[in-house]
Design a protein around this ligand. Structure first.
Ligand SMILES: O=C[C@H](O)[C@H](O)COP(=O)(O)O
Length: 154
């Protein structure tokens, strides 16, 4: 699995902790870190969120982990990229269902909301979840995709 990670300067430390966890996970073949690298880099969360989501939309990554102060801004940004579904998930069940019910490729965290150990635990579980295209959830996700394709300008 190829994972892209990104954060604004509010989330850089948590992003780095999750990035390092992913790099040590044998289920992950590649981790692309789009930054920010440190707290001095003031690129705003939309820049990072959109760049990460576009990486997935281009087929260059399978999943994404995005971090900002709340996780909300990067999620909103990533969801603007056609074909990408992102959500904040600060608990194990939401993270699981974000994949199994919603086929989300992206999970986001708020560094001002969740601590690193819980975030890392959630990510370690999240990596193992997969979407079943034959599940009852698939038709609901297809409805979202059909709307997007009919209404969202590329
Ligand atoms: O969703 C936005 C993020 O929490 C970001 O890190 C902080 O944004 P703000 O500086 O506009 O509050």
């Amino acid at each position: 699995m190829r994972v892209v990670v990104a954060a604004d300067n509010a989330g850089v430390e948590l992003k780095n902790a999750v990035r390092d966890l992913l790099r040590d996970d044998e289920r992950v073949s590649e981790v692309t870190d789009l930054g920010v690298a440190d707290a001095e880099d003031d690129r705003a969360y939309p820049v990072l969120g959109l760049a990460a989501a576009e990486t997935i939309a281009r087929g260059e990554a399978d999943r994404g982990v995005l971090v900002c102060g709340t996780g909300i801004g990067v999620a909103i940004s990533a969801n603007k990229v056609p074909g990408v579904r992102a959500t904040v998930a600060h608990d194990s069940y939401s993270a699981e269902r974000s994949v199994k019910s919603n086929n989300c490729q992206v999970i986001t965290f708020g560094a001002r909301v969740i601590g690193p150990e819980l975030a890392k635990k959630i990510v370690a579980e999240w990596i193992g979840h997969t979407f079943d295209p034959d599940s009852a959830s698939a038709g609901k996700v297809a409805h979202i995709t059909e709307y997007e394709q009919a209404h969202v300008a590329c």
